[in-house]
Write a protein that binds this ligand. Structure first.
Ligand code: NDP
Ligand code: MG
Length: 394
């Protein structure tokens, strides 16, 4: 077939590295044509030297000159760009047919939406864009003729079990698995003074700092329930969560006839990215097959502890409330996680801040992107004020 041209958006992050690793294994069928990052020019320049993209984009205007000069000094003919508009134009244009959407946080929505409107094949890692604006993003993908292949490992597993997401007759429920994170089995009280280092030390996955904290609070699983709701059109009553500490079963799908399908594999994001990069074909990812005996010979499951990890309960409540509530949940969580990573608040203040912000901003119908961004902004303001006022004691 034709060589696929790939824009890796969030190239300097953890998902970006995994995507580029798979792409580099298949030079005849895949080429990284656009690389985009936030502000880390040095890392982006290194990637440009290796992958030789046509275009490199840095979000920060202040970093543009360093990117342009660095590319010139290295003798690369990669074109430098900066800002959101340049990124949206590149992910919509002829330079790529595939977009790996791997920016962290709500900042990923504009480029993901642009790729959806332009009908691209989107490998969606940026779950926050669905939590913020799931209905609008799915509608834009439908209208634009885009294909969304989820690469979040759970959703990628469900996608593999349910490849025709719009014709899942007989689907009974979806069961998302969760590792339980570094604090699985702990009581709520014992989490009061856990450190940033402990929170980001995930037992099974190596990931960026924000999603690592989300995994420790179980907010990640809450965001993923909302993500699954939008991707697969399944109501909350048919979306369950099971803790599975080995992280080998990436999720399960149950049908009315008693069948349950699951996808298994080592916890390495390159598998999900390879699925998306080659879909509907299969290519090598660099990840070896699963040796269940070598992995300990057992698969354990337990229910999530919503008392110790209230973020999962808050996410279900936001999904129930609908409208702007999930945008508020996401924004408050981003502010709280960032403050925790800067050691300005404790671990238990994360759910407390999210709960406080949800209570302060009752859900309204999410009829437009403007309304969602307004809710996002207002939630960030309320959470930021609560931190500054030390209004949250947790
Ligand atoms: P990282 O923190 O490792 O990387 C984030 C990337 O986003 C970096 O390339 C960063 O650039 C870029 N970025 C941040 N802000 C902007 C911006 N405003 N404009 C353009 N680029 C920006 O995150 P991860 O790779 O861990 O996660 C990325 C996304 O994938 C998240 O939504 C996460 O939830 C999801 N995900 C991640 C998984 C994982 O295994 N890591 C698993 C499943 C989902 P810079 O380096 O310049 O700051
Ligand atoms: Mg996941």
């Amino acid at each position: 077939g034709e060589q696929r041209t790939v824009a890796v958006v969030g190239a300097t992050g953890s998902i970006g590295a995994s995507a580029l690793d798979v792409i580099a294994r298949h030079p005849a069928r895949l080429r990284a044509s656009v690389l985009a990052a936030g502000s880390n020019v040095a890392a982006l320049l290194q990637l440009c030297a290796i992958h030789r993209p046509r275009h490199a984009v840095i979000a920060s205007e202040a970093a543009y000159a360093a990117l342009r000069d660095g590319l010139r000094d290295a003798g690369l003919d990669t074109q430098a760009h900066c800002g959101d508009a340049a990124l949206e134009a590149l992910v919509s244009g002829d330079e790529c047919d595939t977009v790996v959407a791997a920016i962290v946080g709500a900042a990923g929505l504009p480029s993901t939406l642009a790729a959806a409107r332009a009908g691209k094949r989107i490998l969606l890692a940026n779950k926050e864009s669905l939590v913020l604006a799931g209905e609008l993003l799915m509608a834009a993908a439908h209208a634009g003729g885009a294909t969304i292949v989820p690469v979040d490992s759970e959703h990628n597993a469900i996608f593999q079990c349910l490849p025709d997401a719009h014709a899942h007759a007989g689907l009974k429920r979806i069961i998302l698995t969760a590792s339980g994170g570094p604090f699985r089995g702990r009581t709520r009280a014992s989490l009061a003074d856990v450190s940033v280092e402990q929170a980001v030390a995930h037992p099974k996955w190596s990931m960026g700092p924000k999603i690592s904290v989300d995994s420790a609070t179980l907010m990640n699983k809450g965001l993923e329930v909302i993500e699954a709701h939008h991707l697969f059109g399944v109501g909350r009553d048919r979306l369950d969560v099971l803790v599975h500490p080995q992280s080998l079963v990436h999720s399960l799908v149950e049908f009315v006839d008693g069948s349950t399908l699951a996808q298994l594999g080592l916890p390495d994001m390159r598998t999900a990215l390879a699925v998306g990069l080659a879909w509907p074909e299969r290519i090598a990812s660099g990840v070896s097959g699963l040796d269940l005996i070598a992995q300990g010979g057992r698969l354990d499951f337990e229910p999530p502890d919503l008392d110790a990890f209230p973020c999962l309960r808050l996410a279900y409540a936001a999904l129930d409330a609908g409208g702007t509530a999930t945008a508020v949940l996401n924004a408050a969580n981003e502010v709280a996680v960032s403050a925790f990573l800067q050691r300005r608040i404790g671990f238990l203040a994360i759910p407390a801040l999210v709960e406080h912000t949800l209570a302060a901003l009752p859900a309204t119908p999410a009829t437009s992107l403007a309304a969602l961004y307004e809710a996002d902004r207002e939630a960030r303001r309320i959470a930021t004020v609560a931190i500054a006022d030390k209004a949250i004691h947790a």
